[in-house]
Design a protein around this ligand. Structure first.
Ligand code: 6PG
Length: 475
């Protein structure tokens, strides 16, 4: 029997859908730890392009050499356990592929460990959820370049298309580069989702709209500059009624959000890199606060909050909010790309930011019209920071008055705005040539003789801050 081009371990929904997607063009073998899952899958999707094995050795033997075996199991220990089980059955030169949301540190470690033993390990971020996995995800591969060339035909046959019909996959760099880009993608996903939730919350509490009415507004946004997958899916989410057919389901969903960790990893990495990733970090905090439901219930009874009283008529607010969301998203992307740049320098990756924007145009969760703006902007200014690219600066400047108005009105009415307000603060601070850190330096020098630099004189200085105390050049 002709051997399969690739194997896949892990038949949860994402694994099943990727396997079905691959099987349209390449013969694929599948394996799942629980044999009945493999059997049921094969029964349901019988095809001569799909081979299922319930024995791991038989599965490995059914894949053509040098083997490519993809793992799609829960990130972390389960991936290491699958690798451990696989290695004795593989031949040197075989490749293990990680299609899960693995931490990039793990990818770097695994690639090194496996290379020392003569195997390849290749990490590829896959975005697009269940539907994307089946019909075309955005793919973010990283690892050995020669291995990439070998994998490329399979990846290009399953991925989504960008706005010009190109493939939503591009080689991103060595070792953990692909999963790093996927991590930042997820961080941006957190930020955008939170800003949308803030818009929903404001329209609900300040304007008293029901989810159906908010859906109508989001539907309008979906025809303009905010057009995106996340707005697209929000419309049916907002409109969905419960079993009674009368009430909105959203009104009955507990306001506690889960998180699997990629947003947190992005925030943690930004602290390590020294990049001010405030929007994504605040989105993680927002989920944390959401999970503190019991405390929120208690605290809400202790503080009297004024009923929101927005002066802006709804039809004007909708227009302002669109600008605020757009500007907030641009700032969030700007921060995400700053993190990518810093990581590229730190880890020796050579990221092409126009390409990263392009492969996010299709298939992935953050796919949006805004990405074509970023793709074009980086195309003309490959290494620039987003905020210094003229087209982006113009878009931001145009949206700024409404961005400030929305944040101001929400804050003065007691609405919590984790991401929209932090995006605005970040923008205001990043565009201030003269900030307030001179004051911090004064305090640091006072209590710890930490010294300071001056704007009027060269050298490193220390002051005795008491009246009449000396100001000394220490270096
Ligand atoms: C994607 C998604 C996917 C997953 C998130 C959810 O790109 O397809 O990002 O990876 O849905 O990891 O993350 P949280 O559970 O942390 O919200």
């Amino acid at each position: 029997m002709e051997k399969s081009s690739i194997g896949l371990i892990g038949l949860a929904v994402m694994g099943q859908n990727i396997a079905r997607n691959i099987s349209r063009n390449h013969k694929i073998s599948v394996y799942n730890r629980t044999a009945s899952v493999t059997e049921d899958f094969l029964k349901e999707y019988e095809s001569n392009m799909l081979v299922g094995e319930t024995d791991l050795k038989a599965f490995v033997d059914s894949v053509a050499s040098p083997r490519k075996i993809a793992i799609m199991v829960k990130a972390g220990k389960p991936v290491d356990m699958v690798i451990e089980g696989l290695l004795p059955l593989l031949d040197k030169g075989d490749t293990i592929l990680d299609f899960g949301n693995s931490n990039y540190h793990d990818v770097i470690r695994r690639e090194k460990e496996l290379a020392d033993k003569g195997f390849n390990f290749f990490g590829c971020g896959v975005s697009g959820g269940e539907e994307g996995a089946l019909n075309g995800p955005s793919m973010m591969p990283g690892g050995n370049k020669a291995v990439w060339e070998d994998l490329r035909p399979i990846f290009e046959s399953i991925c989504a298309e960008d706005f010009d019909g190109g493939k939503c996959v591009t080689y991103l760099g060595e070792n953990g580069a692909g999963l790093y880009v996927k991590m930042v993608h997820n961080g941006i996903e957190y930020g955008v989702m939170q800003m949308m939730a803030e818009a929903y919350e404001t329209l609900t509490h300040a304007y008293g709209l029901n989810p159906g009415e908010i859906a109508d507004i989001f539907e309008k946004y979906q025809t303009g500059k905010l057009q995106s997958y996340l707005f697209e899916i929000s419309i049916p989410i907002l409109r969905k009624k419960d079993e009674s057919g009368k009430d909105f389901l959203l009104d009955k969903i507990l306001d506690k959000a889960g998180q699997k960790g990629t947003g947190r990893w992005t925030a943690l990495d930004s602290l390590d890199q020294g990049v001010a990733l405030s929007v994504i970090t605040e989105a993680v905090f927002a989920r944390t606060v959401s999970s503190m439901k019991d405390k929120r219930e208690v605290f809400s009874k202790l503080y009297d909050k004024p009923k929101p009283n927005f002066e802006t008529p709804l039809e004007d607010f909708i227009v302002e909010l669109e600008d605020a969301l757009y500007a907030g998203m641009l700032v969030s992307y700007a921060q995400g790309f700053l993190l990518l740049k810093s990581a590229a320098e730190d880890k020796g990756w050579d990221f092409d930011y126009a390409e990263i924007s392009r492969i996010w145009e299709g298939g992935c969760i953050i796919r949006a019209k805004i990405l074509s703006t970023l793709h074009t902007a980086f195309g003309k200014n490959p290494q620039a920071d987003l905020l210094e690219i003229p087209e982006i600066a113009k878009d931001l400047s145009d949206s700024l008055p409404n961005f400030r108005k929305v944040v101001g009105e929400c804050m003065s009415n007691g609405m919590p705005l984790f991401c929209l307000s932090s995006a605005l603060t970040s923008f205001e601070a990043m565009t201030n040539a003269r900030g307030s850190a001179n004051f911090i330096q004064g305090q640091r020098d006072f209590f710890g003789a930490h010294t300071f630099l001056r704007t009027d004189k060269e050298g490193v200085w220390h002051a005795d801050w008491h009246e009449g105390g000396a100001i000394t050049k220490v270096k």
